[in-house]
Design a binder for this molecule. Sequence first.
Ligand code: C2E
Ligand code: CA
Ligand code: CA
Length: 814
Amino acid sequence: MPQDRTSSWQSMQQSYRANLQQKALQLNYGWQHYQAEFNSDNRHALKLLSQQVAGAAKLFGFKEIADSAAYFAELLRQPFRDDLSQRVQENNSYAELSNQLEHNTRHLSRFEDAGSNEQQKPADPLQHGPCILLFEPDVRCANQLANLLRHQYYDVVVETDSAMLSSTILQCQPRLILADIRCNHQHSISAEAIRSCNHQLNYQPAIVFMAAEDSFELRLLASRVGCDHVMTKPIDNAQLLSHLSKLLPKEESEPYRILLVDNQTETLRFYRHALSMGGYKTFEASDARSAYALLPEARPELVLIDLNLPGCSGQELANIIRQDPDFADTPLVFMATEQAKSMKLADDHFIQKPIAPWRLLMTVEAQVKRSRLLKQQRRAVIQRPELMQHIDTLTALPTLWQLKRELQHSQQQEPLCLMKLDLDKFHLINDVYGRETGDLVLQTIAWQLAQLLSAQDHLYRESGDEFWLLCRQLHSLEQAAEFTEHLLLTLEQISANFDVSIHFTASIGICLSMEQQQPEELMQHASSALYQAKKKAGHQYRFYDPEQQQKIDVRQQLTQTVRQAIQKRQFTCAYQPIFDQQQQLVSLELLARWHHASLGDISPALFIPLLEEQGLIHLLTRQMLEQGLPQLKQWREQWPELHLNMNFSAQDLTDPELSQQLQQQMAMHQLPNQALVIEITESILIQAGSGAFEQLKQLDQQGFAISLDDFGTGYSSLSYLDKFPVSRLKIDRSFVQRIDEQQQDKLLPAIIHLAQDLALEITAEGVETHAQYEFLKQFGCERYQGYLFSKPLTAFDIEGTAWFQSKQSRYIRT
Ligand code: C2E
Ligand code: CA
Ligand code: CA
C-alpha cells in the first residue's frame, strides 16, 4: 500500500464530487436550454444527459440519484406534447433530481472534510516500508554492508550503538533486521533488544543474525527471538542477498494487486478507478478465460469476480482458480446484481452491485491485508496466532486485541474515554434479512463512525455488532455526553437511510477515566455501563460512574424540559442592586431564575447554555424584557435615575432587528434608551464578528449603554476596547476575590486605571467583604455589586429593603 492512502482517498472523493458536480452543471445547463425553448432537440439532449447522470450515479453507488435521473429520462422519452401538465411533471422531477445531486455532492464534501478513515488506524506493518535495519557495532563493517544493500535498492537504516537498538527498531519499524549477535555467556544484547521489541511491534519483522562463530547455544538463542537465518562472518554477500530476496519479496513493498473480472466495461472502469485511487494495482479481465490467462502475470492477492460472466460463471472461475496451487488461498470476492441466496460461498465474500466506492475499498482492504499477513506468517515455523487477530475481516478495523494493546501502552494519567457500543437486537436483522444485509449494516456503521473520529481516537470491532471507541479528546463529562449523543444521532440517521423495515438502535456504555486504571478494569467498566444502557434499550447511553451519570441525567432532564419551561413562561426575574461610591442605588441587574418542578432551583450557568444550544435564548431575553421593563418603569417613579442591567447572549446580537425592537419596547414603556444597560461578555465581541460590531454600534448610537461583563476572564485585552462602542466595564468576581488573598495585587489597579483612561465606567462584581470594598474604593472603582450589599432578590423583596425605601439610601447589608 502506498504511504499516502489518505490523500489518495481524498482525491478519489474529490473526483467523485467533481464528476457529480459536473453532471449537475451540465444538467442544469440542458434544463435552461429546454426551458428557453421547448423543442424536441433540446428535449432529446436533456434526456441523454439525464441518462448519463443515471449511469454515473449508479456506478458511484448513489441509488437515489440514479433512480431519479432514470425516472426523469423516462419522462423525457415519452412523446413531446407541449402541454402544461407535462411541464409540471417534468419540472417536479427535475427539481427532485437537482436537489439530490446537490445534497449528495455536499454529503461527499463532508466526508472529505472529515478526513479519511485511514488516519485513525494503527500502524500497518505492511506499510512500514521496504526498510532494513542494520545493527553492526563495527562502523567500517556497517558501512560496507549498508553500501552493498543500498546498491541493491534496499532502504537501509544503520545503528551501531547497542544501547539505542530497541528505540531505533520501534521508531523505524523495519521489515527486516540484520543484526550482529554478540554472545557473552549465552547472552546477547541485540537478541535481547529485539525480543523486547517483539511485544511492542504489531507485526513480526524478518530477522537475520550475523555471528562471529557458530554454536548450538547461539542458534538456540537466535531461534528463540524468531530469527530466520544465522550467517557466520565473514558474510558471503551473494548468500546474504539471496536470503534477503526471499525474506523481502519485492511485491510486499508494492501496492496490493487486485484482479477484476467483469464483462461490463463501465463497471470495470469504475472499479479500476475506485481501487487505483485507493492505492491498489488492478488488472482487468472481461471473461473467465482471459482472467485465468492473466493469473501468472497479475499474481493477484485478491480477485473480484462478477458472478454473471458469459460462458463460464463466476463460481466456475472460482473453482478453476482454487485448483491452481499458487492461487488456492487467494481471497475471492464475488459481485452480483441480485443477491444469490442459494449460493454457499465458504469463506469468500459477496457484495451486491452496485457497490459504493467506500464499501468496495473496505471489503477489499480487509481481505487483502489478512491474506498478505497469512503469507508472511508462513515462513515462520512458530506461528503467532495473535497476528491474525488484528484486522477485522469485515470492516478492516483493528480488533479487540489491538484495543488491549493500545490501552496497555497509553500514557499513565492520560485522561481516556472508553466506549463500548452494541446494536440492540442485531440478530433480528441477520435472521430476517440475511447475513449479507447484516454485513452491510455493520460496514456502514464502521465507516460512518470512523468519519466522526479525530486523529487521536480509535475505533475497534470486537465481534458481531460490538464496537469499541477509545477517545483521547473528551476531557469533560459534558464533552463525552455530547459526543455520544452525536454518535447515537449518526446511528439513527444510518438506520433511517436503510429500508424502513431495517430499523436498528444502539446502546453505549462509557467509562471516563481521569486517573490511571488497568486496561481490563476500564473495559469491564465500559461493559457494565453498556449493560445498564441495554436495560433501557434504544439509543441509550450510560456512564459507569453513578455520580457522572446523575449529572448527565439532570442535564438530559433539563434539556428535555427547558423548551417547555420557555413556552410556559416559567422563568422569573431576580434583581441585584448596583451602588455608586456614595452608596446610592444606581442600577439593578436582572438575573433569570428557573424553579424546576422536580429538580428545584436551576442555576443559570446550567440553563443558559442549554437554551443557547437549542436556539431558544432569544425567547428568554424577550421574556425577561417583558417582565423587566414594566418593573423598571414602575421603580423609576420612585428612583427616576434608576437603570436596568440586562444580560444579552451572542445569539441575541445576531438578530438584525434587535436594536429596532429594543427601541420599540423602550418607547412602549415610556422609558429612555439610556435606562437600559446591555451586558455582553468579551467572548461575544471576539466570536460574533462584524455583524455584532455593527449591531453594537447601532445600539450605542441609539443611546443604550453597553457594558462588558466578566472582564478579565476571557481574552482580557484592553487594546480592543476602544474599537468597540463599550462604555462600561464589569470586573469579574474572580479578580475581586483575589484581593483578600494578595493585597499587593497590581493587576486590578492597573485595569482600573486603564479603564479610566479610556473613560469607561467600572463596576466591580461579587464584592463580598469590606476589605474588598475598601481596596476597590481606594483605586477609584465607581460601582459595586455583590453579596456585601445584597444578593439577587425578587421584585417584591427589593421593595421591602431599607435601601430601596429610604431616599437617602445608605447601604445596609441584608
Ligand atoms: P453574571 O452576569 O456574571 O451575573 C452575576 C452572577 O454572580 C449572578 O449569578 C449573581 O447571582 C452572582 N453574584 C452576584 N454577587 C455575588 C457575590 O457577591 N458572590 C458570589 N459568589 N456571586 C455573586 P447567577 O444569577 O447564577 O447568574 C449566572 C450567569 O448567568 C450570569 O452571570 C449571566 O451570565 C447569566 N444569566 C443570568 N440571567 C441571564 C439572562 O436573563 N440572560 C442571559 N443571557 N444570561 C443570564
Ligand atoms: Ca451580568
Ligand atoms: Ca458578570
